[in-house]
Write a protein that binds this ligand. Structure first.
Ligand code: F6R
Length: 251
């Protein structure tokens, strides 16, 4: 079976966020019990800010929406300034009328195996309607680093050195960046009904070209998205500058 990804290459970050929110807001307005897969990181900040603005303006109702976050650093308390729970609370959860019991997050502080098992079960019971993804400069999605099995599920992983270096910009120094995280696996991500992959800036251009123009390989986790039937890639010119145009996508 051959699937083709839909690719939108836009002028800049703002346009990428506007377009991504256009796709997302259709889901938010049409399906009140939406199951939404969320990512963190710098790229997503603009999107959360748009969600909050629109909630204030148009009163989009989040009370029945259920969210699953892709990943969380291992060993950070939820109130740690760099935990992904803290990030989500700061940028989205505290600013919309989401019901706390509908927020599903990897718990990295309890028994890890039991907590991953619970997460996988929750994902089986709640099929994600729309998964939002960023991409690492090494091609990771979630914290599924290069060489991750495409059959992987939620589990404890060791972070790549490149990821720790990239993310050290949010910490005081590299030493402070956790070495491990819990992440949804590739198989979990692929079971989402629709996926949007968002990227901006030239630091992402190599990863984007490998993911889209390159072969599907576990060395580039995002390349597996070529095999998903409903993926939309929304990027800016800088992130797309190495794309050659391939059989794998339609512009
Ligand atoms: C984080 C996540 C990661 C990020 C990626 C890009 O929840 O899923 O895969 O999306 O590392 O991060 P930024 O946007 O900071 O470049």
């Amino acid at each position: 079976m051959v699937y083709t990804m839909k690719i939108k290459i836009l002028k800049n970050y703002n346009e990428v966020i506007n377009e991504s929110y256009k796709v997302l807001s259709e889901y938010l307005t049409k399906k009140q019990d939406l199951v939404l897969g969320l990512a963190t990181g710098e790229t997503m900040i603009g999107l959360y800010s748009k969600m909050v603005d629109d909630h204030k303006k148009s009163g989009i109702d989040y009370s029945r929406i259920k969210t699953f976050n892709l990943d969380e650093y291992y060993g950070l308390q939820r109130n740690h300034a760099q935990s992904y729970y803290h990030y989500m609370n700061k940028h989205l959860f505290s600013k919309v009328n989401i019901n706390e019991k509908n927020i599903v997050f990897p718990n990295t502080l309890s028994n890890v195996d039991a907590s991953c098992e619970r997460y996988n079960l929750a994902l089986e019971e709640n099929k994600i309607d729309l998964q939002i993804l960023g991409i690492g400069s090494n091609g990771h999605i979630g914290f599924n680093e290069p060489k991750t099995s495409f059959k992987s599920k939620t589990r404890l992983v060791e972070l790549d050195k490149t990821t720790r270096v990239d993310n050290s910009r949010f910490f005081n120094d590299l030493e402070e960046v956790p070495t491990h995280a819990i992440t949804m696996g590739i198989e979990n991500i692929l079971s989402a009904k629709k996926i949007i992959l968002i990227a901006s800036g030239s630091e992402k251009s190599k990863a984007i070209s490998k993911a889209i123009d390159g072969p599907v390989t576990e060395l580039v986790p995002a390349s597996i998205l070529q095999r998903h039937p409903n993926v939309e890639v929304i990027i800016d010119i800088e992130a797309g500058k190495n794309l050659k145009g391939s059989m794998n996508y339609v512009k």
